[in-house]
Write a protein that binds this ligand. Structure first.
Ligand SMILES: [Fe+2]
Ligand SMILES: [Fe+2]
Length: 177
């Protein structure tokens, strides 16, 4: 049976990952409204990935013989002053998630909940990737400043990201459902 404190914290983390998903879907809508379809596509892929993250924790709770409790998602932003502001928010958000993962590891060690360590170790690595991905875009947008053709080139590049197979966030896979 899973330790109660650990269970509460992991339930909370399911909410955090679903909130990430919700935030990136909101950014998808914002980028579409700015005709930055490549950035919108990248965020759509990320929306999907965050649901996968939530489900990794969800399945872990079930495997440990406990019950998942879904918590309320908080109200999120729907607009940003500029593309770089949205990417900066994404970076800030991922730093927060890294902090959540670190807190989970602290709890796991304090409560001797060692069964959760392989899953948490996976997330430690994942957060390195997540922070690197979004901070790279922030840095590139800083280099571009007001270079509009450069922005469109970056947008096109970000549009090349691949969806996880069968993703419901992939417009093509929804069509065939
Ligand atoms: Fe995540
Ligand atoms: Fe990732």
């Amino acid at each position: 049976m899973i330790n109660e404190r650990m269970l509460t914290a992991i339930n909370e983390q399911i909410k955090n990952e679903l909130e990430s998903s919700y935030l990136y879907l909101s950014m998808t809508a914002y980028f579409h409204s700015e005709s930055l379809d490549g950035m919108a596509h990248w965020m759509r892929c990320q929306t999907n990935e965050e649901i996968v993250h939530a489900m990794k924790f969800y399945n872990f709770i079930i495997d440990r013989g406990a019950q998942v409790k879904l918590l309320n998602l908080s109200q999120l932003k729907t607009n940003w002053a500029s593309p770089i502001e949205a990417w900066k928010d994404a970076y800030k958000h991922e730093q927060q998630i890294t902090g959540n993962i670190n807190d989970l590891i602290t709890i796991a060690r304090e409560e001797k909940e060692y069964a959760s360590e392989p899953l948490l170790a996976w997330f430690v690595e994942e957060q390195i990737e997540e922070e690197a991905n979004v901070s790279k875009v922030v840095e590139q947008l800083e280099i571009l400043e007001n270079d509009k053709p450069g922005l469109l080139m970056l947008d096109r590049e970000l549009g090349g990201r691949a969806f996880l197979q069968g993703s419901p966030f992939d417009p093509l896979s929804i069509k065939n459902a």
